[in-house]
Design a protein around this ligand. Structure first.
Ligand code: ATP
Ligand code: FE2
Length: 327
């Protein structure tokens, strides 16, 4: 069985093709880069509409298959930006109808976890999902993927990108700050906001920008933001692992590419006799392969959707999905 997945919850539109063994046959994508400011949902949707057909063709070429060799179409049903979700859903419906094969809408957050289980040795990990819009600690319990902790305001990636933008750095800011942080020498005081199992980042953003105005070096700020924000994330992830008595941690989302975050989580894991898993970078960021693979798992687990059930859901919660394929 081969599944094609289309991802398009935010600024990236991606198409992936996977087989029954979670071999990634193709995983191609294109990202909107805003000239300045954040992403505009309508502009991103226009971009996705323009790119999705060429990406589908390209994915089939890379995989070396004909579209008629596909058995399933999956797409990101939510959560995400409404216009982007609708654009991708429309493309997925058209493709499934024209090929006369089943279609499944996939929860984007669940897909980040499933691709990690698919391509690493992780069996039942706690997922630290850290991207632009999302920051969640997720694990499987009693038939569903449940959110054990999350951001109370903005996603960690958005915080990094916004800070970078205000300092005149390019988008996305996360990787640029990671480089700058290597030259940081002083740990500046920033708010450490952990509330129970949840975290918050907007206070840190405000404080860091205020320090920047007072003349703090950008390298020290990048270093301090990483140390404090990643320590917060490591703390709540460890608490989830302790409560669940779970000895596997999986990283996902674009920020999972950050070496310092990987180092801190790996250290926490090894201190408690647990293991950390990080999928390859292209499967950490938003991508079509994770959607294809999760669709395939769902299909195998007996999930079917009528066209009516493929309406998008901007606020699709992780724990709304009955993970029947894991039973
Ligand atoms: P989602 O829709 O799931 O919220 P997203 O649209 O933000 O995801 P991703 O590709 O998962 O997309 O993540 C992008 C984010 O990852 C950006 O905020 C970017 O700054 C951040 N990022 C990428 N590489 C790094 C890095 N090395 N260090 C820190 N942050 C990074
Ligand atoms: Fe994502």
């Amino acid at each position: 069985m081969r599944a094609l997945g289309i991802e398009g919850t935010a600024h990236t539109v991606g198409v992936g093709i996977v087989d029954e063994e979670c071999r990634v046959l193709a995983n191609v994508y294109d990202m909107v880069k805003p000239e300045k400011g954040g992403i505009h949902p309508r502009e991103a949707a226009n971009h996705h509409a323009e790119m999705v057909v060429p990406l589908i063709r390209n994915a089939a070429d890379v995989a070396g298959i004909d579209l008629r060799d596909l058995d399933l179409i999956a797409f990101s049903q939510g959560p995400g930006l409404g216009p982007c979700l609708r654009t991708v859903a429309t493309a997925a419906r058209a493709l499934a109808l024209s090929l006369d094969i089943p279609i499944l809408g996939v929860n984007h957050c669940v897909a980040h976890l499933e691709i990690g289980r698919g391509v690493t040795d992780a069996k039942d990990p706690v997922l630290l999902y850290v991207s632009g819009g999302n920051t969640q600690v997720i694990a499987f319990a009693r038939g569903r993927y449940r959110v054990f902790g999350e951001t109370l305001d903005i996603g960690i990636g958005n915080m990094l990108d916004k800070f970078a933008r205000e300092c005149g750095l390019a988008f996305p800011g996360g990787p640029i700050l990671e480089k700058l942080a290597q030259d940081g020498k002083t740990l500046l005081s920033l708010p450490y906001s952990v509330k129970g199992m949840d975290v918050a980042f907007s206070g840190m953003l405000t404080a860091a920008l205020a320090l920047r105005k007072q003349g703090a070096a950008i390298e020290d700020l990048a270093f301090s933001i990483q140390e404090v924000a990643f320590a917060m994330l490591t703390e709540v992830t460890e608490r989830a692992m302790a409560h669940l008595d779970n000895d596997e941690v999986l990283l996902g989302g674009g920020v999972a590419r950050n070496r310092r975050l990987q180092e801190m989580v790996a250290r926490m894991a090894s201190d408690r006799g647990a293991r950390m898993f990080v999928p390859p970078g292209d499967l950490c960021i938003d991508n079509g392969a994770m959607i294809a693979w999760t669709g395939l798992l769902m299909h195998r687990g007996g999930v079917r959707m009528s066209l009516r059930e493929t309406v998008v859901d901007q606020r699709y919660r992780t724990d709304e999905v009955a993970a029947t394929w894991r039973a």
